[in-house]
Design a protein around this ligand. Sequence first.
Ligand SMILES: Nc1ncnc2c1ncn2[C@@H]1O[C@H](COP(=O)(O)OP(=O)(O)OP(=O)(O)O)[C@@H](O)[C@H]1O
Ligand SMILES: O=C(O)[C@@H]1CCC(=O)N(CCc2ccc(Cl)cc2)[C@H]1c1ccccc1Cl
Length: 311
Amino acid sequence: MTPPNPQEPAEVRKKTPSDFIFGKVIGEGSYSTVYLAQDVQTKKEFAIKVLKKKHIIREKKTESVMREKEVLRILGNSCPYFVNLYSTFQDYDSLYFVLTYAKNGELLKHINLHNKFNFECTQYYTAELVLALEYLHSKHIVHRDLKPENILFDHNFHIIITDFGSANIEKTDNQTNNGETDLITALENTRRRRSFVGTAQFVSPEMLQESESSAASDLWALGCIVYQMTCGHMPFVGGNEYFIFQKIIKLEYEFPDGFDKRAQDLVENLLVLEPNRRLGASDVVPYTSIREHQMFEGINWNDLGPPPLLS
Ligand SMILES: Nc1ncnc2c1ncn2[C@@H]1O[C@H](COP(=O)(O)OP(=O)(O)OP(=O)(O)O)[C@@H](O)[C@H]1O
Ligand SMILES: O=C(O)[C@@H]1CCC(=O)N(CCc2ccc(Cl)cc2)[C@H]1c1ccccc1Cl
């Protein structure tokens, strides 16, 4: 590897691994390792996701990696609720993604630590998720694998959504410029349908049956996450994926005793089999129908204020 040219200002030169001090491993994926790293020059901390090219090829994830990069490029750094991609670089063996470091880890860890969240915390984090989904869907991007493992906390305990490898960038009307593009899109979507499903417990019924996904698929996942923050476990569980899928398409779940009634009503209006009938599905962003729900009584949507102490 050629050493960086110190005369060239770092901000314009393509970064290389030697621009960073790699620290502890903060997480592992099926074909990636995430390190805590410090920029040698600025001393700033980042999460650097390192993907071994041979693993990407073995897992057939090249398209997923390119899509995640494209989604992160589209999202930019305008919304605080998404991981920011500062830079990418590669060497012979690996690809490197320099990302926002979410210091306080996964939402899932904190739900399990506290067994479940109190109403104030559930209300606050559901509101942050609504604002995040409004931004994401306004960019015509559907996450498609939203779950407490992919929702991280930054140093101030605000959410940072990550893992866009399963995301879909929806074609908008003005992007289909000719019949041929439609055919390519249709072929790509057909091939992708065969291969893609999110995570069993959070996947929407339409993605299980017709494999059509839309912004409403993320609203289904939101319903599952509100349920889990409120009572500490997932609405659809089973011994294996087949039994979980059966419960989802039959809408077979129940609310434990003591489940907050406001949260229950919101969940019941999100976990609707027909995607277009889910609360917010017919809204043109912002999700006015969701914002006006009793779950959010007292919330100032223009300023959520600081996060409540987790409990
Ligand atoms: N920006 C980040 N800041 C802090 N921790 C992170 C960040 N990104 C990922 N992690 C942690 O690293 C772990 C691995 O993340 P990674 O995106 O590499 O794989 P994954 O998406 O979790 O797994 P898979 O690729 O199988 O879906 C995550 O579970 C998360 O806990
Ligand atoms: O899209 C980009 O920004 C470049 C374009 C040039 C390039 O070669 N790559 C790497 C493409 C790639 C993807 C998967 C494997 Cl297994 C190997 C190379 C892309 C890349 C470089 C660094 C980090 C990520 C990516 Cl996708």
